[in-house]
Design a protein around this ligand. Structure first.
Ligand SMILES: [Zn+2]
Length: 271
């Protein structure tokens, strides 16, 4: 777990766009309307979205974060994030962080099957969203699982990825998000040695270089989203993952909520 106390809520989004389910089998894309409703819910629930700057300052012993701090993050850099999420965030004046594979800027999510690939922002798009208040940081080089790489390749995905993004943005790139959320002691150390100040995982945390995040995806209803804002959610998710009977019960509960057909899968969802 992170050394920050109280621990901020770290939300992990992927895409924000209108994508039909058959082109998004992993449920990575939330609709622009759902995204707006979730941001409104986050604020109504008393959360205070904080910037990467504020997060890192607190981590370095500077001003503490608000009690209900939230860090809003996006992985991969899909074009819809620039088109749909940025205007919503800008309308509320909210900061966020975008994690992009440095070697796929202006490309596509080539790590997915061809028919499930989506376009990623070009360099000029990243510069524009960065100007609007979205920090841009590193998500490896071309989205490989870092735990499978040789030492030389690991350097490319950490040190060189950082240098390339810094050349594009003209400023220091300070945080990292692990592709697939996978990490081990060796890759955490490589990320630290490359000069990053913090790194984000998905469910499995390990200190400030693998901070867990809460995954928000296409299967979320407002009910499951509200559940994910609770401090108890990570423990609940782990409990559900271990106990099929509890998972069925949660499914029954959630599927009774109006408009929620996918509560259980969103609780279990990990990618
Ligand atoms: Zn990713």
């Amino acid at each position: 777990m992170t050394s920050l106390s109280p621990r901020p809520l770290v939300l992990m989004y992927h895409g924000v766009d209108h994508v039909p389910a058959d082109r998004d089998p992993y449920g990575m894309f939330v609709t622009p309307a759902a995204f707006r409703a979730q941001v409104e819910q986050l604020l109504e629930s008393g959360f205070v979205p904080v910037s990467e700057d504020a997060y890192l300052a607190a981590l370095a012993g500077g001003p503490a974060l608000p009690r209900k701090a939230a860090l809003i993050t996006f992985d991969d850099g899909y074009v819809g994030v620039g088109e749909h999420a940025v205007p919503v965030l800008a309308s509320f004046g909210l900061p966020s962080v975008l994690y992009v594979p440095a070697g796929l800027v202006g490309g596509a999510s080539v790590w997915l099957e061809p028919r499930h690939r989506h376009l990623l922002m070009a360099g000029e798009d990243l510069v524009a969203v960065h100007r609007s208040g979205m920090a841009v940081a590193a998500h490896g080089f071309d989205h490989q699982d870092l735990t499978t790489l040789s030492a030389a390749d690991l350097r490319r995905h950490t040190t060189e990825a950082r240098a390339e993004l810094e050349a594009l943005l003209g400023e220091e790139v300070r945080t990292f998000a692990f592709p697939y959320g996978t990490h081990d002691a060796r890759v955490r150390e490589a990320v630290r040695a490359a000069g990053y100040r913090a790194a984000f995982a998905v469910h499995d945390g390990a200190g400030d270089f693998a901070v867990p995040r809460v995954d928000v995806n296409a299967t979320d209803s407002m009910l499951s989203f509200r559940l994910k804002l609770r401090r108890s959610y990570p423990a609940l998710r782990r409990a559900l993952g271990r106990a099929p009977a509890v998972r069925r019960m949660a499914h029954d509960l959630l599927s009774r909520a109006p408009g929620d057909e996918h509560g259980e899968s969103s609780l279990a969802g990990a990618r």
